[in-house]
Write a protein that binds this ligand. Structure first.
Ligand code: TYD
Ligand code: MG
Length: 451
């Protein structure tokens, strides 16, 4: 007779214990233990596939057409040039950001190429999916829908239909009956994902798993889920903006940190081909405290506008508020400004904001942020056709940035006229014609020259 008992499993790392603890001893995460029912008589059995014998590397057949393009350019690019056959992709994001919408649109693109796709929904009914499909103008004989939570049934459907694309919306809603625990628990999520990934590899279908995110913004369930799949995509975006950024945080078949930018319209997600345009406000009348920087997202350069506001503080301790950039980095930039250029910022409140809801986290944005703060403090506007690139050292020196060529090319393409760049990068400007380049080696020199 099998005896059931309760175990506590860490939602982050899968560590188990028989009694509840506040902090996981495996990964030291607080409040991550979840209660699960466990049958002691249950042993893992191998799924019913034929066992494959090891073969010599030279005998492995190369696949001729490994990737399928969705013809949604932004999406293909973040995957490294289309969907790889037999790959497993995890798509995470907060509720309502557009995961189901995007995946349904991808089904449509697949079906247009004559490929069969299977959309498994564990959260909505097929009628609800149909409603969304009508809104998106998705209709095809090649798309199959099923509202199902039982993993065994889903695997059976996959074997029967042999679709080229399988969407599991969401992996937290699926369960394997042989495991006693409820859907969404660590063991269920892990087991379901594992079997879906295995069937993808065996049959060559590509599997997309939708993953819920927790309050902290990480995919709910064990971290191992991210290790198991080939690609992890995160949807980012502000609640009040229509723009959605899809970021590849892991990709076995392409570059990581590549982003795709979409706009949520009333008939679904539309790709934004020229993202720099949306992040620049390009007001005609110049205001102080605004500078334009060039950052690299994946393989692409993106121009964004940084705004700073420096005002006299009314309280003893001045306020520092940052949105869209790293707070500690900005604090460092302020300290360097004070010490190395003599700007007396101590008694001022400082607000820094990145336009358009993007988050920048690369050091090459330092100089742009510093100049924006100095410009607001001195109340001198920076010309709107100037691009600023450079990393700031604690000594006030300006260091070079990587992928410099593409940063300048993007600025040139968008019609910028001036560039303030680090002296270290002077050799990378050979292909640039229409930009007037100003090289600087220290922060004081940069501020001297521009404001
Ligand atoms: P959805 O794809 O259901 O989000 P998720 O699966 O990530 O939870 O997207 C739902 C949101 O998108 C909802 O707020 C309505 C909006 N939306 C549009 O603005 N236009 C559309 O064409 C569709 C289908 C949804
Ligand atoms: Mg959904």
């Amino acid at each position: 007779m099998t005896k059931s008992r309760t175990v506590y499993v860490c939602a982050q790392c899968g560590w188990k214990t028989s009694r509840w603890v506040g902090r996981c001893s495996g990964c030291e995460e607080w409040d991550s233990m979840t209660e699960e029912e466990c049958k002691s008589g249950y042993t893992h059995t191998l799924p019913e596939y034929d066992i494959e014998n090891p073969i010599c590397l030279t005998d492995v057949k190369s696949v001729s057409k490994l990737r399928t393009n969705t013809n949604i350019e932004e999406f293909d690019r973040i995957l490294g040039g289309g969907i790889v056959a037999g790959s497993a992709v995890l798509v995470g994001g907060t509720p309502g950001i557009g995961k189901s919408t995007l995946l349904l649109q991808i089904c449509q693109k697949f079906s247009e190429q004559g490929c069969v796709s299977l959309y498994v929904t564990g959260e909505e009914s097929t009628a609800q999916i149909k409603l969304r499909a009508d809104r998106l103008n998705v209709s095809s004989k090649n798309i199959f829908l099923v509202a199902e939570n039982n993993l065994d049934v889903i695997l059976e459907h996959i074997r029967k239909i042999s679709p080229k694309l399988v969407i599991i919306d969401s992996v937290q809603a699926m369960f394997k009956p042989v495991l006693e625990s409820a859907p969404g628990t660590v063991s269920q999520v892990r087991q379901c994902a594992n079997e879906l990934i295995q069937i993808a590899k065996k049959t060559g279908s590509s599997v997309f798993l939708v993953g819920h995110v927790t309050k902290q913004g990480v995919i709910a369930g064990p971290k191992v889920l991210e290790h198991m799949v080939d690609t992890v995509l995160y949807f980012e975006g502000e609640k009040f903006m229509s723009f959605r950024i899809l970021r590849a945080v892991k990709n076995r078949f392409g570059p990581t940190n590549e982003i795709g930018i979409f706009e949520m319209c009333n008939n679904g997600l539309r790709e934004v081909k020229d993202p720099s345009e949306i992040f620049l406000s390009r007001t005609q009348n110049l205001i102080s405290g605004s500078s334009i920087i060039s950052c690299i997202e994946g393989t692409r350069a993106l121009l964004v506008e940084v705004q700073a506001l420096v005002t006299r503080s009314n309280f003893g301790t001045p306020e520092r508020k940052v949105s869209g950039a790293d707070y500690n980095r900005v604090a460092m930039i302020i300290a360097v400004l004070e010490k190395r250029t003599g700007l007396l910022l101590g008694g001022n409140d400082i607000f820094v904001n990145v336009v358009g809801g993007v988050k920048i986290d690369e050091p090459a944005a330092d100089l742009g942020i510093a100049i924006a703060i100095a410009s607001s403090f001195k109340d001198v506007a920076i010309p709107g056709d100037t691009i600023i690139i450079g990393e700031l050292g604690l000594g006030g020196e300006i260091r070079g940035a990587n992928q410099f060529d593409s940063r300048l090319k993007e600025a040139e393409r968008l019609g910028f006229k001036n560039a303030i760049i680090p002296k270290d990068n002077s050799k990378d400007t050979s292909g640039i014609k229409s930009l007037k380049i100003t090289e600087v080696s220290s922060l004081a020199e940069a501020i001297d020259k521009i404001c």
